[in-house]
Design a binder for this molecule. Sequence first.
Ligand code: SD4
Length: 324
Amino acid sequence: MRRRAFLNVFPALGVLFTGSSAASRQAAPYRGKGLFLTTWRFGLEANEVAWNSLQGGGGLLDAIELGIRHCELDPRERSVGLGGRPDRDGVVTLDACIMDHLGNAGSVCGLENIATPISVARAVMEKTPHVMLVGAGARQFALEQGFVAEDLLVEDSRREWQEWLKDADYKPVANIENHDTIGMIGIDAEGRLGGGCSTSGMAFKMHGRVGDSPIIGAGLYVDGAVGACTATGHGEEVIRTVGAFRVVQGMSQGLSPQAACQAAVEAVAEFFRRRGRDWSETQIGFIALNRRGQTGAYALRPGFNYAIRDADRALLLDAKRLLD
Ligand code: SD4
């Protein structure tokens, strides 16, 4: 009997014959009350907001949007939303995206004057036939949706930019000035997965530069049957290696979230080696979650931390890394 015909007749046996990935998808469904995993220290507060929303009866994507929004609206966070560092022309441009377990997704790139790009990304997902809006079109759409335009450049960021203009030398520094995208992935009590990501991008980038964070598959990816991943760090390297998708693909092939994150960081390192480029100031970090609620995180070098929140834990953890 040909394989497909055999499985049509004996579908329950399919799991035995379709290899480890399909088998692990069938195994041990998630039984917790929910879990959130978020990049960097501000993930602690963002997770708390998301957790309270989920436990209060909100949907998973509502929780993720609210958690990220909390960070976007905090002017002290200088790499996300209001207060984000500007590009080299002194303009704050924001990137964000959101994705659910069904593959619904929305994204905005280079959005100006709107403090909550994650909510605009969600509106793109829910109210347009598109996935991604950029620049002036994204801003126009946001205004049409009732978002309010405001000046996002806070005094501290303006001062830093003016200081930077003296040399105007664009030089990313690992973990220090600009590696602080908020990426949040989560799972709810029904085992649904989702994620979101928001950033002002690399400080003093060229006007018009888009990083990995709003790109579905690079800065964020969710496959409801497998898992979710989000990335932080030097976006060009994450785009080059299709980072978040690579991690989810690794999980679909049977890797644990931890091993899948490690494999993606190793791919980044390998791409650097091939290109013979200096990567001493590059940081990349991935966090991942599978549909059983198992988590993982891995970075290129020390300094990347992430927050986890579930019914038992609210912790900030240091990610394992490739280099010391
Ligand atoms: C970017 N990935 O625009 C973002 C920056 C970042 O933590 O993650 N910072 O390239």
